[in-house]
Unconditional design. Sequence first.
Length: 420
Amino acid sequence: MESTIYQSDIFKMACTQFDLAANLLEMDPRLRERVKVPKRCMTVACPIELDSGEVVLFEGFRVQHHLSMGPTKGGLRFHPQVNLGEVAALAMWMSWKCALVGLPYGGAKGGIAVDPHSLSVNELEHLSRRYMQEMIPFVGPNTDVMAPDMGTNEQVMAWMMDTYSNHVGNTVPAIVTGKPLGLGGSEGRKEATGNGVAYLAKSYLQDLKIPLSQATAVIQGFGNVGAEAALALEQYGVEIIGISDVSGGFFNSKGINLKSALTHVGKHRSLAGWRGGDRVSNEELLLISCDVLIPAALERVIDEKNAGKIQCRILAEAANGPTTNAADVILAQRDDVLIVPDIFCNSGGVIVSYFEWVQDLQSTFWTREEVLRRLHAILDNTKAQVETQKSKLNCTRREAALSLGIHRVAEAKRLRGLFP
Ligand code: GLU
């Protein structure tokens, strides 16, 4: 079946990845379409009144990829480029990610085509609440659970939780994850994605026998995930020599002063105007020679043009879909770059979201140590499974991770049967 609704290059990229993995798995043709095509999607019109009195309408999306293993789970993205095809691809990746790390969820993703920085706090609150209001018939703690993604944060999740709770008449913390601690959020959730990325980078550096104290890292994207990954790597003794955001990048062979960069971003919202290194473009930043390169922003930044030129030992994909399929082919031939694929590398976020959901449902809360101990145990265990699968199927690490996740979803569908 050729989808008519999710037309976009990113959706095609996700479908090609699925097809490669399904072929490796020799998946029953009777299951393929059922496992691949998103179950349902919602597009909602979100009108809000701006502070100026003008009424503007934003388009919001949510794709729930499959509902065969539990509620759907995934972030909510506020970004001008958001569209249904992109959200569908991101929802598919969430499905494989959750299944890979053993969470009882299907994948989902949502978004609004908006630049959140162009709105006042008031306007952002109205838009967030309006989006949740429109989605109420389709979400719930046992149906679909949202979380932060690019352009959203704890405050947006708090408004979402409040809007839903007001609707049902009682407080429902488990409706979203990534909430503030005071509203049933989890210790460790804010830093979970970056922490997981750094933990896996460390683990693979050790496998490659590169001493942490001599290792360098470059991070593209200095939002929550990129910044937390940088901080965690620094804790491990790795030197961060390059960072960037939409305003451009910085290279400093003596090490980036993360504290100073974070203070600047806290004050000015971006790295623009910061003076902590030599200025480089985002394209140049990706080509800096380093041990760990971490794309932590948008999709498809490693493509056929730069895949042959990147100079890292480990490509740790903190972003979703940062490497195109064409780039994957080039990197597979190069053999000198170890890819920690997105659905594994950035899974720390949804793993701790799952912990948050469990804690909310049980009204009992864990310490940060407990959260991180459990997170790292899941990552270690998944890493062992991915490495075994890679040897077993004689395939790339991405194919190994995808095939593990996809196989679990296919098995769930097969076991449940086709109804009626
Ligand atoms: N947005 C994050 C992701 O892409 C986290 C999703 C979640 O915690 O549900 O994995």
